[in-house]
Ligand binder design. Structure first.
Ligand SMILES: Cc1cc2nc3c(=O)[nH]c(=O)nc-3n(C[C@H](O)[C@H](O)[C@H](O)COP(=O)(O)O)c2cc1C
Length: 154
């Protein structure tokens, strides 16, 4: 039933002693404007999150609608997720992926365990829009695309 709720997709990425690490995340949200905080939920079984947590910094990469392949790649545990992926370091040093709509560089503020996930809160240190393109949407296991006029008027 929850797959009927549409989300955007971000890659939460960090620079770790083992190399760059990242996770595809649909639970991302803006949490607070003052102070600027963002958040997402990460599963306890994630193998990429613990080293990112240890780094204490991460970059939230907002995927564009032509980046569904990156979403699939970063949702597969154990894969060499960064093979062939072009990126540069964000100001924090965390990976900033080429072609994203926007990025939000964060310092890990707090992690709150809840059920089989943790709520991760990030303090925003820097952010930028990279491309004026449409965001990637995820709905019922697929990437439906935005068919509304864009940029839309509400
Ligand atoms: C569209 C989409 C959204 C996802 N959202 C989340 C999420 O919000 N939190 C989460 O823990 N996993 C989420 N996942 C699953 C993780 O991406 C996946 O479990 C993780 O990348 C496993 O890799 P790891 O072991 O390297 O961490 C999502 C997957 C997809 C395809």
């Amino acid at each position: 039933m929850l797959s009927h709720f549409p989300t955007g997709v971000v890659i939460v990425a960090g620079s770790t002693p083992g190399g760059p690490a990242g996770v595809a995340v649909g639970s991302f949200a803006s949490v607070s404007l003052e102070p600027p905080l963002v958040g997402f939920f990460v599963g306890h079984e994630s193998t990429s999150w613990p080293p990112i947590r240890s780094a204490g910094r991460f970059c939230v990469n907002v995927l564009a609608d032509d980046q569904a392949g990156l979403c699939r790649r970063f949702s597969q545990s154990g894969a060499d997720k960064f093979a062939g992926v072009t990126w540069r370091p964000a100001p924090s040093g965390a990976p900033l992926l080429d072609g994203v709509v926007a990025w939000i560089d964060c310092r890990l503020e707090r992690e709150i365990e809840t059920g089989d996930h943790s709520l991760v809160l990030g303090s925003v240190t820097e952010l930028e829009v990279e491309r004026g393109s449409r965001p990637l949407l995820f709905h019922r296991g697929a990437f439906p695309g935005l068919e509304l006029p864009y940029p839309g008027s509400c």
